[in-house]
Structures are given as structure tokens and as C-alpha cells.
Design a protein around this ligand. Structure first.
Ligand code: ADP
Ligand code: GLC
Length: 490
């Protein structure tokens, strides 16, 4: 199907949507893919929770005419939620917010609270019930991650005869297989599927567990992951996080579609967060952004000294412990600076605070979350490091390519699919993927980049190769269009 084909009705349900609520790349994807589908003429609805963190004034959330309170019964728990809507900024795409102060007014978007599963079940059912009230019959319900992974089963079990929802096909996108949403088996009635306990995986239940993601894998009409490599990796015991046997049985339904980049938001030619615009025909602004970045972070600027950057959630997946373990030796040996933005696990944050104390003129660690600083690091750094243990897709290496910030990445998942090793002989390649996830591999990546940086002409070539790559959503969204079309023909 191409955009000349008949429009389809698409329902997206997700725990994060940029710019309203974001902790990572999932939000970027949900901020861009539905918008692109809307642009292509499809009829799109997007649902997310009305977290207390969302700026309701700024985004002008308002009640939706004709959409009354939605009542949801989950086991013995009863919820009554409101629904508001707002326009996706810069578009006329309507995004819906599920209100439940009891569930969504918490200190963070995700919690470790005992009712975490209820929060996202309420989101899921509220979206389906709102469709019924609005008489919006989705052709495809596109779910994301464990939080919405029981929707395919709910559609098959509870809505099979529903006039509005019975024809909907379900698509589950796995952004990260490690987070599976596993609850104790005795909470099964709280899924709202207590009438059909036989449809759950019985062996797991006997072992006392109920996994949301597993049932998404078993019941979704289609499954995608966010890069071709990751779609293969998760079918192996090494990366399958216990679900690989089930993924293998559904192998023919699994498709890897690389995430796109929203180049309206991430382009150095027109990035409102960076003081000096630049592009492939005029690279001068990049060096000026570097001076601004360093000044902002309190580090001395010296022309010719490379800056290595990192922007990341600080969790085990990202390999930041490995990076911290090699940086000390590298910073003593080579003249370069390192700037990092992120927050997360305390012991990882501590490693970077310690590095900053040891190398006060070379290292700055900004602990926290700042979209503005993330943009400035992409623009001001010379290299960007992502030593992830696994990476379903990764977006920062794609932003880095566009900003001429040469990526040094572990060759895994989406990183392997998007960064090609630079070969000085042919002049081809965009960065430095290293094979082995160990000190030697990562050190090789960083030292190779540092050595080539000294050769200005070669470095410029690597930058330009990266800047010429195109990972736009316009291209990637067409792959989803074709997939939606295939699901409708099933
Ligand atoms: P993941 O979703 O696993 O965190 P991705 O690379 O797909 O990894 O996406 C990360 C997204 O979150 C990027 O848009 C990145 O800029 C953003 N991000 C991560 N940490 C921070 C932070 N501390 N401040 C600002 N943006 C951040
Ligand atoms: C997950 C993955 C990341 C991916 C993002 C968006 O957070 O960790 O690799 O880019 O989802 O799909």
C-alpha cells in the first residue's frame, strides 16, 4: 500500500508520546509515526495517560465532546476515568489523554508500585472503550511494549462480537524485550480477563507468573521490533529474555522496521536549541556550538581537542559501566574531553560523578534530563558513544549521524544496522562499531576515532558520510503502511 491507497483507521496506545511525556526513544517514535500516518491521510487516534507531569496548559488539554467518563472493572477494582484531548503540536492530529489522578499522578511516569499493571490496563481499556463511545472502528490497533500487550488478547476474548472493535487487527511493537510486565498469577482477574483464564499460558501460571508481553507475543496478529537485527537477535536464547521459544514459533509474523528520525526536530540546519546553525555545506557552526557547549558545562575550550558525548538513560542496557571502566585510562593517555547527560541507577551516576572529580578539566557529567542540552551535545560534540549491551534500535546514533557527530557504538541491534565502519581505503562508512562488548572492543573504537580525528580531511569525510544518511520517518512509515495493509488482508 502507498499513500494513494484507501485510508485506514489506526489506533495507537502507548505509555509515552513526545512531546507530552517522554523518558526515552519510545516517546520519540510515538510522537512521529502517528503524525506521519496522519500526514499520509490515514485516520489516526493516539492514547496515552494524562500523567501529572504533562503540562496541560501549554498543550491546551480540553474535554472531548461526546466522550463521557469511562468505567472499567478490573477484578474487584473499579475505575472511572475521564478523557481529554489536545493537538499534537504543529498538526491537527488529535491525541487523547486518560485521566485518573489516582493512577497517573505519581512522582514519575513509570513506578515500581504494586499497581503498575493496573495503571496501564486502565490506559488500554480506556482507549478501547473510548473508541466504542466515539464509534471509531480501528482497522489496526497498534500496541507498544508490555504496558499495552494484553490488548490483542482482550480484543480476541472480550471484543470479538463488539460492533465497533470486532474487526480490528492487532499489532504489537516490541521496543524492549527486557521489560515484560510480569505479575503474580493470582492477580489474573485484575487483567479484566478473569472469564477466560484458559487463554493464558498455563505453564507460566502454574509457576506463579503472568507475563503481559508473552501474551502479546502469543495473540497479536502482527509483531514488529524496531530494527531488523534486533528482530533476529530476540529469537535467540542469548537475547530472547526467556521469550525466544515463543518468538520463534511466531517467526513468520515478526518484522523488523527501523525507527525513523523526526528531522523537523533533529536537524542542525534549523534546531532552535543550538546557537549556531550548520549543515553539510557549512560545517563552521559545529565548532562554535562546541565552544558554547563547553562553556555552558564549565570546561575549557581548546581548538583541536575532540569532545566525546553521551546522552542516555543510565541503566544496565546502555553499557555505561563498561565506558566508565575504560575512560580513566583513556583520558590520561589522550587529549580529549567527555560530556555526559543522563540519570538513572545510582551506582552508574556515581561512576560519572567520580570521573568528573578526577578529571575536572576534561569531564562534565550533567545528572538529569534536559532536551535542550541533549540537542546541544549532539551539535557540539565531535563523537558520540553508545556502548549498549543490546539496543533494539537506538535513536541517538541516528541524531548523531545527522549532526556530524561520529558514532562509536557496540555492533548490536539497531546500532549494527545504522552505523557502518569507516574504511580509510575506500572513504566509505559513518562511524566505529566495535564487535566485542568488552574493554578492548570499546577502547579500540574510541582510540580509532581519536586517531582519525587528527586527520582533518578524513574526519570531515566521515562526518559528511553520516550527515548524508537518511533515516526519515517518511521512508520508515511506508513500511508500516505496507504491514498494516498485510494485516488487513489476513
Ligand atoms: P532508549 O529509548 O532506550 O532510552 P533511544 O536511543 O531510543 O534509547 O532514545 C533515547 C531518547 O531519549 C533520545 O531522544 C535521547 O535524546 C533522549 N534522552 C535520554 N536521556 C536523556 C536525558 N537525560 N536528557 C534528555 N534527553 C534524553
Ligand atoms: C527502546 C529501546 C531503544 C529504541 C526505543 C524506541 O527504549 O531501548 O533502542 O530506540 O525503544 O523504539
Amino acid at each position: 500500500m502507498c499513500h494513494r491507497a484507501a485510508p485506514v483507521r489506526l489506533l495507537y496506545i502507548a505509555p509515552e508520546v513526545a512531546p507530552f511525556a517522554k523518558t526515552g526513544g519510545l516517546a520519540d517514535v510515538l510522537g512521529a509515526l502517528p503524525r506521519q500516518m496522519h500526514r499520509l491521510g490515514h485516520d489516526v487516534r493516539v492514547f496515552l495517560p494524562a500523567y501529572a507531569q504533562i503540562d496541560r496548559r501549554k498543550y491546551r488539554l480540553r474535554p472531548v465532546p461526546g466522550l463521557g467518563p469511562v468505567r472499567i472493572q478490573l477484578g474487584s477494582r473499579r475505575f472511572t476515568v475521564g478523557i481529554a484531548s489536545a493537538l499534537q503540536p504543529g498538526t491537527d492530529l488529535e491525541v487523547f489523554f486518560v485521566y485518573s489522578p489516582e493512577l497517573f499522578s505519581r512522582a514519575s511516569i513509570y513506578t515500581a508500585d504494586a499497581d503498575e499493571h493496573l495503571r496501564f490496563l486502565v490506559l488500554s481499556y480506556a482507549a478501547l472503550e473510548a473508541c466504542r463511545q466515539l464509534r471509531f472502528s480501528p482497522d489496526v490497533v497498534h500496541c507498544h511494549d508490555w504496558q499495552t500487550a494484553l490488548v490483542p488478547l482482550a480484543l480476541k476474548a472480550s471484543y470479538a462480537r463488539d460492533p465497533v472493535l470486532s474487526r480490528a487487527r492487532s499489532l504489537l511493537t516490541i521496543h524492549n524485550l527486557q521489560y515484560q510486565g510480569v505479575i503474580p498469577a493470582h492477580l489474573l482477574p485484575e487483567t479484566g480477563l478473569g472469564r477466560v483464564p484458559h487463554l493464558f499460558h498455563q505453564d507460566y501460571l502454574k509457576q506463579g507468573h503472568l507475563s503481559f508481553l508473552l501474551h502479546g507475543v502469543l495473540y497479536a496478529d502482527g509483531i514488529t521490533t524496531v530494527s531488523p537485527s534486533y528482530s533476529r537477535e530476540i529469537q535467540s536464547p542469548e537475547h530472547g529474555a526467556g521469550l525466544d521459544p515463543f518468538l520463534r514459533t511466531r517467526s513468520s509474523t515478526i518484522v523488523g522496521i527501523l525507527n525513523g528520525v523526526d528531522y523537523d526536530e533533529w536537524s542542525p540546519e534549523h534546531d532552535p536549541f543550538i546557537p549556531h546553525a550548520y549543515g553539510h555545506t557549512n560545517l563552521a557552526g559545529k565548532e562554535r556550538n562546541k565552544a558554547v557547549l563547553l562553556e555552558k558545562l564549565g570546561l575549557p575550550y581548546q581548538r583541536g581537542t575532540p569532545v566525546l558525548g553521551s546522552v542516555s538513560r543510565m541503566v544496565g542496557q546502555k553499557g555505561l559501566d563498561l565506558l566508565a571502566s575504560v575512560l580513566g585510562r583513556l583520558l590520561r593517555r589522550h587529549a580529549f574531553q567527555f560530556v555526559a547527560l543522563g540519570s538513572g541507577e545510582h551506582h552508574l551516576e556515581e561512576m560519572y560523578s567520580a570521573l568528573q572529580r578526577t578529571f575536572p578539566r576534561q569531564v562534565c557529567f550533567y545528572r538529569g534530563y534536559s532536551n535542550e542540552l541533549a540537542h546541544l551535545i549532539e551539535a557540539g560534540a565531535d563523537m558520540f558513544v553508545m556502548p549498549s549491551r543490546y539496543e533494539p534500535c537506538g535513536l541517538n546514533q541516528l541524531y548523531s549521524l545527522r549532526y556530524g557527530t561520529v558514532p562509536i557504538v557496540h555492533k548490536t541491534g539497531g546500532l549494527a544496522d545504522t552505523v557502518q565502519l569507516f574504511d580509510p581505503k575506500t572513504g566509505r562508512g559513518t562511524g566505529f562499531p566495535f564487535e566485542q562488548h568488552d574493554a578492548q572492543g570499546l577502547t579500540w573504537g574510541i582510540e580509532t576515532a581519536l586517531a582519525l580525528y587528527r586527520d582533518a580531511a578524513t574526519w570531515r569525510k566521515i562526518m559528511l558520510n553520516g550527515m548524508a544518511q537518511n533515516f526519515s520517518w517518511a521512508v520508515q512509515a511506508e513500511k508500516y503502511e505496507r504491514l498494516y495493509d498485510r494485516l488487513l488482508r489476513m
